[in-house]
Design a protein around this ligand. Sequence first.
Ligand code: ATP
Ligand code: MG
Length: 300
Amino acid sequence: MEQATKNIFFLGKGGVGKSTASALTALHLAKTGHKTLLVSMDPAHNQSDIFEKKFSEKAVKVNENLSVKETNIDLWVKKYLSDIQFQVKHTYSYLTAFNLENYLDIIQYSPGIEEYALLMAYKSIRQKAKNTDYIIFDMPPTALTLKFLTLPRISLLWLDKLMDLRNKIIEKKKIISKVKFGSKEIERDKIRNKLNHQIDEYHQINTVFEDHTLTSLNLVLNTDKLSFSESQLIVDKLARFNIKIRNVFLNKLVSGFDTDKIQKEYADCGFQQFPLSNTPLLGIPALTSYLKQLPSFIKI
Ligand SMILES: Nc1ncnc2c1ncn2[C@@H]1O[C@H](COP(=O)(O)OP(=O)(O)OP(=O)(O)O)[C@@H](O)[C@H]1O
Ligand SMILES: [Mg+2]
């Protein structure tokens, strides 16, 4: 049976080596025969520097099994907004009296838009990557990554409440108009249909996020105190949503450092060590030679 595409997310504090760990993992998987797509989800893209090659929204093949692309978040924000505009116009036609364009101009700067846009980009990437074994996501800074990962669950909570509200409105309409609303009438309710459609979509995303065989969250950290405490915050926040870190990548490790304490802290996770390199990890030859010197690479 064909293997389903697996999401590999790399997250962690700024500068710990998310992009480097993503690139090394992508090269390792490609070298071991897996069709791999590496995607930078960070607006401050690093993969072009790491691979010394220009990347964009369109995936570029860097070797037989590996392609790389950069998500243009601004473009996805625009797509997201024009989608909203389309839906509002079609679902709530009575609102056309308002000048919708003016509102959308303001909405694009409102908080929360970026994570919705990122989720939209994610959906499209996953849909297109049908013959891919692994999609490696090099994630943006912690705050946006956490919002992105928890968005499907939060949206489902919201949609549930909205559906309750809509059902109550339908119920009231029934009483006021004294019209007998058959089940057909309810099925035809545009707003209920839209809500149902969105509930289905977020359920699908959430199911993939929560399935360990389809999604693995990888936390990159260094041995310093700051990186360690931000990592704890990430783990705690995700735990509240029942989302678990699968593997810990301890990066920039200097020889002689005792990893026992960190390993005990993350006893439930897989553990990968990446030693501090004394030569820059830039370009495929440098990354490949670094990978060759690693004693082992965890099963991701
Ligand atoms: N194992 C390593 N040995 C030596 N240098 C490393 C190692 N890992 C990462 N670096 C260097 O550390 C710097 C930060 O790494 P990287 O860009 O991968 O981190 P990041 O977490 O993606 O950062 P940002 O939060 O800015 O996206 C880079 O200069 C990178 O080359
Ligand atoms: Mg980075």
